[in-house]
Write a protein that binds this ligand. Sequence first.
Ligand SMILES: Nc1ncnc2c1ncn2[C@@H]1O[C@H](COP(=O)(O)OP(=O)(O)O)[C@@H](O)[C@H]1O
Ligand SMILES: [Mg+2]
Length: 232
Amino acid sequence: MIEVQELHYSYPSKYQIVEALCGVNCIFESGKLYTVIGKSGSGKSTLLSLLSGLDVPTKGSIIAEGENLLDLNRDQYRRNKIAVIYQNLNLFPLLTVLENIMYPMRMNNIPQKEALEKARSLLKKVDLSETYENKLPSMLSGGEQQRVAIARALGMPGKIILADEPTGNLDTTNTENIVQILLNLAHELNYCVIIVTHDFEIAKKSDRFYELKNGSVIFSGTPQEYLFHRMV
Ligand SMILES: Nc1ncnc2c1ncn2[C@@H]1O[C@H](COP(=O)(O)OP(=O)(O)O)[C@@H](O)[C@H]1O
Ligand SMILES: [Mg+2]
């Protein structure tokens, strides 16, 4: 579904060039939950911003559903192919929960009535009752806000979900809930979910993961293979 080939990215800086990614190769298929793990500064957020079309690689390519991102209209790609979930600042603070979920549908010109029905069903899908519909994000806990952010992502047409430390501010129970929701999306609804995290507990639950170190992939495989690889 998304293939990354020999990806390089450097940040220009005053004194030296920072090579944030140095020849990364990965494949992300639909129906699976992936994690990209690595210590702070290893290049995770840079990879995600390239995958989300926010930035253009210095070298190498990203092939999304068979097409090179460089050849696509990146605004359309961002609107139609992917949904991004961040650690904070996910929701529009002045819009209600329901309005937040409906926002991307309105951007895609889905009629009001249909958008409303869909938003209500998505709220259910992330286990939030209708009493949440008219609340503002500030009235919700971090875990609830993240669930609304997932519901909003599901209102977009794309089947690729990119999440940067989506559980970074959550306790263990909420983290497990969010990861379970994302796993179900991959396994039951055939989404391709990519979570970037420094938390190995999340990586353990994923189908496959990539470990980044100093901008290079130093491991790719299943959690079981990783544990084995660590032991030997
Ligand atoms: N805007 C920027 N300007 C210069 N260097 C940056 C910028 N953003 C990130 N970097 C550098 O790129 C490398 C990778 O950063 P990042 O992708 O944010 O890592 P991670 O998300 O794994 O913490 C780090 O060395 C970081 O200092
Ligand atoms: Mg980061």
